[in-house]
Design a protein around this ligand. Sequence first.
Ligand code: MN3
Length: 201
Amino acid sequence: MPLELPELPYAYDALDPYMSAETLEYHHDKHHNAYVTAGNKLFENLPHLGETLEDIIVNAYEDGHQALFNNAGQHWNHSQFWKCIKPAGGGAMPGNLEKAVKDNFGSAEAFRDAFITAGLGQFGSGWCWLIMDKEGKLAITKTPNGENPLIHNQITLLGCDIWEHSYYIDYRNARAKYMEAFIDNLVNWDYVAELYKKAAG
Ligand code: MN3
């Protein structure tokens, strides 16, 4: 299964001023594309690892194919990330998601603060996630490098890229400012609510 770079679902300048066209050009066209290119090259020698991207990621992780895991994982992570944000995002959550967030975290504000705190607590590169665990409970997690909820048997509802390449052009070293802009102005809550509805059955 060759990896394929997805088109961004919006124009490069559509997320201004929260995420610039320059960031998207580097992040999507260069960083994400590099994971796709490297992943495809590595997969050529490991075609038995699976037919779907999800299987390839889990099997590469379990069999210790670290380089393929890193690149295929990052391809999956970024493909989720582009869908988790949209122009004029952020703001209010759809009712079903808001209720689940309140039930699990107390309030939307408590969730927001905990999500940002988790992202700031990730030392070095990685990701911050809203996931559903096996018991159907929502939780906030963080993972290093290209690791993701797939290998922990969790369902991803929202992912925030906290590698410096995601924010350094627009926010320099201020990861907190980037994460605040992400939650308050970029998240596509309709998409997250759709994933939640599917996961909750
Ligand atoms: Mn990235």
